[in-house]
Design a protein. Structure first.
Length: 240
């Protein structure tokens, strides 16, 4: 991101293909919402055999503008594999929490949900639209447990994202949204029943994120501010 010099920064996963009007749709949508900070488009699974494979997806049916500091409770985030943000409305700190997402040590996803939360908590605006479309080809096989491992890692990370909100003084967290997301995907063979996934993956992550670093020194104001990156200023260990 530090090397990009445009006002709108777009993100795309390496296992996605874009619609022919992808860039035009980004330009048109961001122009219609000049005060919005964060934009999510539809993340559509490529055709495949759902009985043999699981492909993460997030289809958006209607365009909506989401704002208000409590809106993170009643609205689900989009997916970082089809996302763009407005540089001039970014935080003073880094946009992403490096303790979340690909390459992180423990929590291998959730950086997009965390950014969604922080934008709304700080009274900024998010737009979700079906007009910005990509097709996701990242299939995971049910055979051998690849799809199940992906899902468990995802829900585990979402538990940490919820814990982060709680630690930052937002006790409502995202329990309602988390449950709806799990229920939405529970039809797939990749997902266990809602209660099992919540108990075995998400809640332990929430508890771990809450307790595992309590013996460390108390964090400073910056590290507990949702305006900044509260998990990594400068690191998960030192600020939790």
């Amino acid at each position: 991101m530090s090397l990009a010099d445009g006002e709108i920064i777009a993100f795309l996963d390496d296992d996605c293909t874009v619609a022919s009007d992808w860039i035009d749709s980004i330009e048109e949508t961001t122009a219609r919402y000049p005060k919005a900070t964060l934009f999510f488009g539809s993340f559509i699974a490529a055709p495949h055999d759902w009985t043999a494979y699981y492909t993460p997806s997030h289809s958006i049916i209607e365009e909506e503008q989401i704002d208000g500091s409590g809106a993170y409770v009643s609205h689900a985030s989009g997916v970082g594999g089809n996302m763009c943000l407005r540089r001039s409305q970014l935080f003073d700190y880094d946009a992403f929490d490096v303790c979340l997402g690909a390459g992180a040590k423990t929590f291998h996803s959730g950086e997009d949900v965390d950014l969604f939360n922080r934008v709304l908590v700080t009274n900024r605006c998010v737009v979700k639209t079906p007009h910005i479309r990509v097709q996701h080809h990242g299939m995971r096989s049910h055979q051998g447990g690849s799809s199940r491992r992906l899902v468990r890692a995802s829900v585990f990370s979402l538990g940490a994202v919820d814990a982060k909100l709680v630690r930052c003084g937002k006790p409502r967290a995202r329990t309602k949204v988390l449950k709806s997301e799990v229920e939405k995907h529970s039809r797939s063979q990749a997902w266990q029943p809602v209660e099992e996934i919540t108990n075995e993956s998400s809640l332990p992550a929430l508890v771990r994120a809450w307790t595992c670093q309590k013996s460390r020194s108390a964090p400073g104001p910056r590290s507990l501010s949702l305006r900044g990156v509260s998990l990594c200023a400068p690191s998960f260990r030192t600020c939790w």
